[in-house]
Ligand binder design. Structure first.
Ligand SMILES: Nc1nc2c(ncn2[C@@H]2O[C@H](COP(=O)(O)OP(=O)(O)OP(=O)(O)O)[C@@H](O)[C@H]2O)c(=O)[nH]1
Ligand SMILES: [Mg+2]
Length: 467
């Protein structure tokens, strides 16, 4: 871990890495990138540069989309889009906001100073290292406008007071969570304004979370705070004051922390892997990610090593630990990840996921609702089918109604017929009875005449006269 000042190997271990290696300093790296870009010519306006040259790759990319593929016969010019984007971004400049969070006394303020004291400033502008770092009592942010090869970056680091100092630490993290939410709210307010051209993004893009170098496991308080933060920010865990642990202890502690994080279902930031990245980038990203949680050491003082070099580090009776030496700690890797390799990913994830979730929860809680039908897509086939079934239902209804009317009429006619039939029967019966009566009377008269008895005059009958 710490290089022994007397060791003859110290110069090689402690010397800065060559500019091309992953450990080189930021300015040199950016210089290297820029000079590469400067020497590389802009895409030549030749048809050979167009991706239609490789239809297989294009087909694979478009396999799951409904894309009409056409062969390009000449140079169209959209290959220049990334360059337009590049120019626009450079003109606008970038901004990036990091926050440090952790228990009190873990070296947060020291690390912020270490970060600002390094290659963030060109050497001549570097601030004089200061040793008097007192306990942080309020949330404070430090910003620096840095320019590197024409690219402007406003870097803001937000230093928070350490929590965990009290007997009852419930809610001791509250000011931090509130600060993060206020920044989201301020952004939301700006978005809702009529003019959205000059939105200032003060949202926290990354939180460097300091873990006490106990060598055991995450503390319940850490777990609780991380759980409060992980849905709102990109968490980057670091082991504070890593100079207090040996290499073996650090390796075991890292494994234990990752296991605890997984067990507690805490989401920490993981750089996405893109298959199209070149091998070097993939390897570099994998190397950076393999160091999480970064074992960091903060120091603002310059000390001299046994071999006479002036370095930023901490001096111990047995040697010097160098902050900028990757063999001694992961500070350089942390800085690389924040500034050189994953800044855009951190910002994108903050904007697309963390802020988006916060925003929709907030708007929903305020009673804003989305009318889902507004954005409903209309499928002509489905629509036709719907209309057909509606028409069929209408026809069926009409048929039913006609049938009912017909049945009603039939029933009425039937009952009328039945009624007249009954009437006819009744008349027929009556006439039959009357005729029967008359026949009986005549029969009676006949017998009387035959017996010689006089016919009793029963009064004149209408329509009957025997004489
Ligand atoms: N051994 C060791 N000591 C450190 C390291 N970083 C900081 N310190 C010391 O730890 C003490 C506390 O450092 P600060 O930077 O004030 O810690 P802090 O986390 O900001 O503390 P609060 O503001 O109270 O939350 C100081 O004496 C630092 O010199 C480190 O990496 N290793
Ligand atoms: Mg502090």
């Amino acid at each position: 871990m710490a290089s022994n000042g007397a060791s003859p190997t110290a110069p090689t271990r402690a010397s800065p890495s060559p500019p091309t290696s992953a450990g080189s300093n930021l300015v040199e790296q950016m210089n290297a990138v820029h000079s590469q870009q400067a020497s590389a010519p802009a895409p030549a306006p030749a048809p050979t540069t167009i991706s239609s040259k490789d239809p297989k790759a294009a087909a694979a990319a478009a396999s799951d989309m409904n894309i009409v593929r056409r062969k390009l016969t000449g140079y169209v010019g959209f290959a220049n889009l990334p360059n337009q984007w590049h120019r626009k971004s450079v003109r606008k400049g970038f901004n990036f906001n990091v926050m440090v969070v952790g228990e009190s006394g873990l070296g947060k303020s020291t690390l912020v100073n270490t970060l600002f004291n390094t290659s963030l400033y060109p050497p001549k502008e570097r601030k004089a290292p200061s040793l008097d770092i007192s306990k942080t009592v309020a949330i404070q942010s430090i910003s620096a406008d840095i320019e590197e090869n024409g690219v402007r970056l406003r870097l803001t680091v937000v230093d928070t007071p350490g929590f965990g100092d009290y007997i009852n630490n419930d809610e001791s993290w509250d000011p931090i969570v509130k600060n993060i939410e206020q920044r989201f709210d301020a952004y939301l307010d700006q978005e809702n304004k009529v003019n959205r051209m000059n939105i200032v993004d003060n949202r926290i893009h990354a939180v460097v979370f300091f873990i006490q170098p106990t060598g055991h496991s995450l503390k319940p308080l850490d777990v609780e705070v991380m759980k409060k933060l992980h849905t709102k920010v990109n968490l980057i865990p670091v082991i504070a004051k890593a100079d207090t642990l040996t290499d073996e202890e650090i390796a075991a502690f890292k494994a234990r922390i990752l296991a605890d994080i997984q067990f507690n279902k805490i989401h920490i930031f993981e750089g996405p892997r893109y298959e199209l990245d070149d091998e070097e980038t993939i390897a570099e990203n994998a190397e950076i990610m393999s160091k999480v949680p970064f074992a960091v050491v903060g120091a603002n003082a310059e000390v001299s090593t046994a071999d006479g070099r002036k370095v930023r580090g901490r001096r111990y009776p047995w040697g010097v630990i160098e902050v900028d030496n990757e063999e001694h700690c992961d500070f350089v890797k942390l800085r690389q990840m924040l500034i050189r390799t994953h800044m855009e990913e951190l910002k994108e994830h903050t904007n697309n996921q963390l802020y988006e979730n916060y925003r929709s929860d907030k708007l929903t809680s305020m009673g804003v609702q989305q009318d889902s039908s507004v954005f409903k897509e209309i499928n002509p086939a489905v629509k036709q089918e719907e209309e057909r079934s509606l028409h069929e239902a209408k026809l069926a209804k009409m048929e039913m109604e006609m049938k009912m009317v017909f049945q009603q009429k039939v029933a009425e006619k039937e009952s009328k017929l039945r009624q007249s039939e009954e009437e006819l029967y009744a008349r027929h019966r009556e006439m039959k009875e009357q005729l029967e009566r008359q026949r009986q009377e005549l029969e009676e008269k006949k017998t009387r005449i035959e017996q010689g008895r006089p016919i009793e005059e029963k009064g004149k009958r209408k329509g009957f006269s025997l004489r």
